[in-house]
Ligand binder design. Sequence first.
Ligand SMILES: NC(=O)c1ccc[n+]([C@@H]2O[C@H](COP(=O)([O-])OP(=O)(O)OC[C@H]3O[C@@H](n4cnc5c(N)ncnc54)[C@H](O)[C@@H]3O)[C@@H](O)[C@H]2O)c1
Length: 434
Amino acid sequence: MKIGVIGTGYVGLVTAVGLADMGHNVTGTDKVTEKIEKASRGIVPIYEPGLGDLLRKNLKKGNLCFNSDLEETIRSSDVLFVCVNTPQRKDGSADMTFVEGVSRCIAENLNGYKLIVEKSTVPVRTSSWIKRTMTLYKAGECSFDVASNPEFLREGSAVSDFLDPDRIIIGVESDKARDMLLKIYEKYKDKIYITNIDTAELIKHASNSFLAMKISYINLISDLCEKTDADVEFVAKGMGLDSRIGKQFLQAGLGYGGSCFPKDVRALVKMGEDLGIDMKLLKEVDRINMARTDMFIKKVKNALWILKNKKLAVLGLAFKPRTDDIRNAPSIHIIERLLEEEARLSLYDPEAVKNIKALFPEGRPEILYAASAYQALEGANAALFVTEWEELKNLDLKKAKKLMENPIIIDGRNIFKPGDVRKLGFEYYSIGRK
Ligand SMILES: NC(=O)c1ccc[n+]([C@@H]2O[C@H](COP(=O)([O-])OP(=O)(O)OC[C@H]3O[C@@H](n4cnc5c(N)ncnc54)[C@H](O)[C@@H]3O)[C@@H](O)[C@H]2O)c1
């Protein structure tokens, strides 16, 4: 079986490298030729721990290659993993333009049986649209199947998530498609869960929305904690001890961001509403999440009163640690709001500065890009912790205090223990804790 991976972004590149590492013959393709040129030379264009080594290992082995010719990749593959982006449209629904475009291209280049595997996160019933597109545009009489195999990797631990997954969901409607996917994932046979295609598609959106709901839930509880003597860290711990609840995704803070949760919650809302279902529960999850920026800005103002001309060190810009991805990162909204208040910002992140610079270009007098967290803290009136990078958790706070104009920390991720930080002489504000 020859496998083609279409779209080599965060998911596609890991998929291509991961499938090659399992021993398959893989070609990755992308419309951005720069990504293909880099990947062919063993260079990972994104920051993803461990991916570079695995890419180079498999390029050397000879069963992984990259090619910017989509048509050629389609013609030379038996199985096509579609990993293109499915961004949010203005009305909240998923933009399926790229999936449609790829489906049409597969149809027009159908030179034998193909198994088309949806790996991108797609709305339930997308497979019916892919099949319709295939039927409308296909060249000749060759047959095909569509299957769903949603991806659950997390940026920052994508390689281990792909190579050691909790589960592999496979949605199929033919024995042939099922057998091909079982062969591809032979190594993981105990982790495979087979369903029909609509079910597999929905598992992905239902899972992401559920996790987002847990985050908004604990953030709502953290607001309650702030008005009482309860401490959200201990509330979350106490809740998590119940195995029905589990301790993950109960960290109160600035809410979820990234390229998946915000858009997937909204896409599920739109899917449900289009089918006449009341989706208020998930709308509220989104609303609570969006309100986290307001809550944080309020804390900054409560600590500093007037923000105009104050120097604020914003530490952590990626939407979460161990990635350079800033899509829907809380830092973006926070920076925008602080600029509206005419604050002066020194921004630092271990990996995401390049991406943030594309949104907030260098050269504006009110923005300084610091080369280290300590440089960002020089002369700062407050330190704002926005992403919980290990490097930031391990800052030498004594040194930080000496560098700052005012020893004030506003910790949006509950990185530090309040007692420890206050003992060092900081004024300390965090989320849902005194
Ligand atoms: N990023 C994640 O953590 C994650 C996790 C699970 C699922 N997903 C889902 O996987 C999908 C991809 O996400 P991503 O983060 O990798 O997106 P991405 O934007 O990083 O990558 C998508 C890639 O597809 C390419 N592409 C688009 N149209 C193409 C075409 N016609 N031909 C060739 N290449 C094309 C783009 O150039 C881009 O490189 C989305 O549906 C997303 O929701 C993402």
